[in-house]
Design a protein around this ligand. Structure first.
Ligand code: ADP
Ligand code: MG
Length: 296
């Protein structure tokens, strides 16, 4: 019997304890005005959102960038943080990672100011380079290694309304740093059976981070991506997601279109590359959902 069974044929096979994390009552919707982090003397602080799924190719990077640009279109100040050594987000904004003298590696490992690695593009980008592949080993002996990113953010939290973190396809120390520094996690899921199984592992990691490192962490939502509306399989996969995760599944769906492959080649978001297309519209709608103006 599979992990994700339909309700009609059997009770949900989802493990009850970690699922309580994901099914916890919905947190109030974020607004840029909200001050989610510990209060300080200054103004409102950034809402920090990680985009995580240990599976590669599920549209983490695409979602981080395009949702970030959609927030920016609505007048928000947005920073994207590229934490993947493959640097896809950095490259998607037309930045050559090999040309960088400093990257998020230096921020995490050598405590360089994050301002030193931020480039201004459609949104601000804290850039990654291949060096990040060695960051987990370099950090592994450091005291407070799970909190390096959280510390790096402290001086810039008031400079932004949203900080969107693109994570690598693993649940290692880099992703733990992202989750520890975040208020919310958005989980892009490719609507296929095998992709959905990995959600249990991710859910367990979020539960551990919540318990030991960051009690404020919430799963903002699960985003069906790469949806092929022509197939019955995709339709069923979304139904199974909704049966197991209820209103934690966003109402927004990101359907498959070649625009997502074309835009990064031009160093642009889909919202800039094809502003009136369906793909841009889908991420604008998602932004409205996250901002609490849309419906679930
Ligand atoms: P991840 O960061 O999870 O590895 P990416 O965002 O890099 O995933 O997406 C994986 C691939 O799928 C990329 O080539 C990207 O251009 C493509 N892609 C992402 N979203 C879509 C979509 N909605 N339709 C078609 N291709 C997409
Ligand atoms: Mg990626």
């Amino acid at each position: 019997m599979g992990l994700f069974e339909r309700k009609s044929s059997s009770p949900p096979a989802f493990p009850p304890s970690p699922s309580s994390v994901i099914n916890a009552p919905a947190a109030p919707k974020a607004t840029p005005e909200a001050a989610p982090q510990a209060a300080s003397s200054g103004g409102p602080k950034a809402q920090v959102i990680s985009f995580a799924n240990q599976k590669g190719g599920v549209a983490k990077t695409t979602t981080t960038l395009n949702l970030a640009v959609a927030f920016a279109e609505k007048g928000n100040r947005v920073l994207c943080v590229d934490l993947d050594p493959q640097s896809n987000l950095t490259m998607s904004q037309g930045i050559d990672p090999d040309s960088l003298e400093l990257s998020m590696y230096d921020v995490l490992v050598n405590r360089v100011s994050i301002r030193e690695v931020i480039r201004k593009r459609e949104i601000d980008v804290a850039c990654s380079s291949i060096d990040l592949a060695g960051a987990e080993i370099a950090m592994s002996t450091q005291i407070g290694r799970e909190r390096s990113l959280q510390k790096a953010f402290a001086p810039i939290l008031e400079d932004y309304d949203f900080i969107c973190i693109d994570t690598p396809p693993s649940l290692g120390l880099i992703t733990i740093n992202a989750l520890t520094a975040s208020n919310k996690v958005i989980v892009p899921v490719q609507c296929e059976y095998l992709s959905m199984r990995g959600l249990i592992q991710l859910q367990n990691t979020v539960a551990m981070v919540k318990e030991d490192l960051n009690p404020n962490l919430e799963i903002e939502g699960i985003l069906p991506t790469l949806v092929d509306t022509r197939t019955v399989h995709a339709k069923e996969a979304i139904e199974i997601l909704e049966e197991n995760f209820g209103d934690r599944v966003f109402a927004s769906r990101i359907t498959k279109t070649v625009r997502f492959a074309e835009a990064p080649v031009k160093g642009m978001s889909v919202l800039k590359y094809d502003p009136d297309g369906k793909a841009a519209f889908a991420y604008r709608r998602l932004a409205e959902e996250v901002l609490g103006h849309g419906s679930r």
